[in-house]
Write a protein that binds this ligand. Sequence first.
Ligand code: PEP
Length: 254
Amino acid sequence: MSRKPIIAANWKMHKGPAEAVEFIEEFDNLIGGSSLVDIVLAPTFVSLPAVRDALVNSELIQVASQNCHFEEKGAFTGEISIGMLQEIGVDYVIIGHSERRAIFGEDDRLINAKAKSLHAAGVKPIICIGETLEERDANQVENVLRRQLKEGLMELDGEKMFETVIAYEPVWAIGTGRTATPGQAQEAHAFTRKVIGEIFGEDISAKIRIQYGGSVKPANTAELMSQPDVDGALVGGASLDPGSFSEICKNSTV
Ligand code: PEP
């Protein structure tokens, strides 16, 4: 089953509008006019309009938000609705990132509510899952992933799952420089695909793309991407530099 790789840059709380546009100019030059992978940039909320404008003639690069609220509008100070993101032209929304779970207390129920609203609006979610080091050491990886998938994907529309992306991001590998081995990544991805098959059936599980995230850099991309169930990467630190992010995109076609 061939799945087109999807490489996404999660800029977290980096790059205001000016810096984001500078990145795109440099990155465009480095990547050239074509790519065999889907490329997604996830800037901060305030940089989304500038990024969208800078990409107006680009068929190569899509745009993601790093978060959204599940309600359409209301008294939710500091939040952004999916409709507002659609107005800017956002293609994807990252939900369930481990930083949102750990720092902002987001749980699987909230992530599920966001996923349902995104599906209803026709915006593609990138849903992050992954275990902590304590959970891995306690042999709980499969239990944690199963719970996050069962609860996070509860009652989602199967048809919309084809365009949904799952990002397996072991928490212990995020921003630590400690990457999962290709074998560890493959094992978790194969398990994730199996659970998705149990929930939505084989057709969807064969087609859904599963990204790996956690200290991806140019030097480890090809080996991770050569694993049969690794269909892309969600990249934090190494996506901030146009040179290293373009190398990651180029090294992703194996
Ligand atoms: C992330 O934040 O999604 C991530 C994977 O970060 P890093 O690449 O820096 O580990």
